[in-house]
Design a protein around this ligand. Structure first.
Ligand code: ARG
Length: 583
């Protein structure tokens, strides 16, 4: 189904053309004065300049033509040149029925499906997932589902940080703890020698320990750098140990992501880009882009009109090891080859913007992707505590993601314990879903680029713009439907104002999905879901649905309730939020 403003724009544009004007003037938007009309067209103002006429003359002419169209209950030309439009109830109901039958539930399908790769998650092997990774996972997952729901071919790649210094640090530390292990010897034989079995708990302890040590101890730091370089050069014992680190770490990550309801199509790591590095270096050299500077190999990416300094991007360090930018550039070669994407979106912390600007500019200069392939950095802000600083544990440490999930699930469980609606055996499952809804909606309702304050009480509130309020609304409709029994659901008319207002929100939903996709902004989906829920609540309070004696009216209201439920569930699903039956 196409969006309502698109349909109306087609109608109004045709009238502009019929009257001898440019059809482009016929753009229709939602009204910002719902007390006056539902939709508006301001094309007469631009037309006035083009055709040297007073805007109201054009508006009058267009309005007179539109008035004969039976879909409008009111067409007004308002000085100095507005065209105000309101639809008839019959037409609104007809569109509502179409949405109810639409298999995409009113989400407009794109005319030109695109292949989009989304780089999100970005966890680092051997390091525990912290809440900085939470936003990337939540926002990236929502963008992936949104782009898919609009009809695009989308794949999500976790882009595991598995090739950097953190592995060298872990290897260096393990070599000091277990010096006798064969994997640290030069003559390690992968066919017959074994590596020590590791655990997630051990890794959680080793990495922070080694990281701290490297800051205090130069010798250890040098050792970690050498280990990183040796690993990247393929030293057999280190590769074997790295595989063990990867095995343990990835299993732990998958477990955490599945609790979050986040899943990736690809689990490629930075290490997978390694085989594309020689090709990258070759291209950079052949195109005359790379040159040596202080022993490192760099590429200039500054532009004349840069306002801030733009340092060259380092593609190989003086010790010959490759770094973050190298793997990102090589990954672009791999993605271009494997997916031929129209777009690559990077959902990463705002603080990495400079890195991505450098990488994208270098990729453009080197023509690693066709010009038409968009490379977009979708930066996000920080999740802060009530003190306005990055959210920490009570004792001031970095908050682990698993701890945060635990805190929120416990809070939900405490609430459900006092509820008589939820059976004891469902409580744990519900608590997890409620907790996730609270965290995810609390995050996604903010524009991704903004910082926000993590406020558990606010996120868990059943009122206001919260995930809990939305789950509550769905559960309320569930109980309406259950109480009403299996009545036939058939739209028969629009009987009250609150119902008309709700239907208008339903009709505007397609437009909100289009803007969310255009702006890559899941907060627009959150806002629309909230608006639908608020309108439904008003409708519910102002009409006695179940007790309504008029059969046709009752059936129509049930059909409407059912549709709202379906749409809310769809919105929530796009946001990666699961619903519960009752609460
Ligand atoms: N692993 C990185 C980090 O924790 C994020 C990776 C983002 N994606 C990328 N292609 N660089 O900061």
């Amino acid at each position: 189904m196409q969006s309502i403003t698109k349909t109306l724009t087609e109608i109004v544009s045709a009238v502009f053309e019929k009257c001898g004007y440019d059809g482009k003037l016929g753009t229709v938007t939602a009204s910002d004065r719902l007390d006056l009309c539902q939709f508006q067209c301001n094309g007469a103002f631009a037309g006035a300049k083009l055709y040297r006429k007073a805007p109201f003359m054009i508006a009058d002419e267009i309005a007179a033509e539109l008035a004969s169209n039976s879909i409008f209950s009111k067409v007004e030309s308002v000085k100095p040149g507005f065209i105000n439009l309101t639809l008839t109830d019959e037409y609104m109901l007809q569109l509502t029925k179409e949405i109810a039958l639409d298999k995409f539930c009113g989400v407009p399908q794109t005319e030109n499906p695109e292949t989009i790769v989304i780089d999100y998650g970005g966890p680092n092997v051997a390091k525990p997932l912290h809440i900085g990774h939470l936003r990337s996972a939540i926002i990236g997952e929502a963008l992936k589902r949104l782009a898919r729901a609009c009809g695009n071919k989308v794949c999500g790649d976790v882009h595991l940080g598995d090739w950097g210094l953190q592995i060298g640090l872990v290897i260096a530390e393990l070599s000091e703890r277990y010096p006798g292990e064969k994997c640290f010897a030069e003559d390690f034989d992968p066919a017959s020698d074994k590596v020590p079995e590791l655990s997630a708990e051990l890794l959680c302890e080793v990495y922070p320990f080694a990281s701290k040590k490297s800051k205090e101890n130069e010798e250890f730091k040098a050792k970690a750098h050498t280990a990183t370089f040796d690993l990247q050069s393929g030293r057999a014992g280190y590769i074997a140990l790295w595989k063990e680190i990867l095995r343990v770490s990835v299993a732990d990550l998958k477990d955490n992501y599945s609790k979050l309801g986040v899943d990736f199509d690809y689990w490629y790591g930075e290490s997978d880009a390694d085989k594309f590095i020689p090709e990258l270096m070759d291209i950079l050299e052949k195109k005359g882009l790379s040159y040596e500077s202080d022993g490192a190999l760099v590429v200039d990416v500054a532009k004349e009109d840069d306002k801030a300094p733009m340092p060259p991007v380092i593609v190989r360090k003086s010790d010959n090891s490759s770094i973050y930018a190298t793997t990102d550039l090589a990954t672009i070669i791999q993605r271009n080859r494997d997916f031929k994407p129209d777009k690559i979106w990077y959902v990463v912390d705002n603080r990495q913007e400079l890195h991505f600007t450098q990488v994208f500019r270098c990729a453009r200069r080197a023509e690693l992707v066709p010009e038409s392939t968009e490379l977009t950095f979708l930066g996000f802000g920080t999740m802060n505590g009530s003190d306005g600083k990055p959210y920490k544990t009570r004792d001031g440490g970095v908050m682990r993601l698993s701890d945060l999930i635990g805190t929120v699930t416990d809070a939900s469980l405490a609430r459900l314990e006092s509820s008589d609606k939820v059976a004891a055996e469902n409580r744990e499952d519900y608590a997890r879903k409620l907790g996730m809804a609270a965290i995810k909606f609390g995050d996604l309702i903010n524009h991704r680029s903004k910082d926000y304050i993590f406020d558990l009480d606010k996120f868990m509130s059943a009122e206001g713009k919260t995930g809990i309020y939305l789950l509550y609304t769905v559960s309320r409709i569930n109980s309406v439907m259950k109480k009403a029994g299996a009545a036939e659901k058939k739209f028969s008319g629009i009987y009250t104002d609150s119902e008309r207002e709700l239907i208008l929100k339903i009709l505007m939903t397609g437009d909100s999905f289009i803007s969310a996709m255009e702006e890559k902004a899941p907060n627009i989906v959150c806002e629309n879901a909230y608006q639908l829920a608020v309108s439904y609540s008003r409708f519910y309070h102002e009409n006695r649905i179940i007790d309504e004696p008029d059969e046709a009216k009752r059936a129509s209201w049930l059909a409407l309730s059912d549709l709202v439920r379906e749409m809310l569930v769809k919105h929530l699903d796009i946001l990666g939020i699961e619903t519960v039956e009752n609460m």
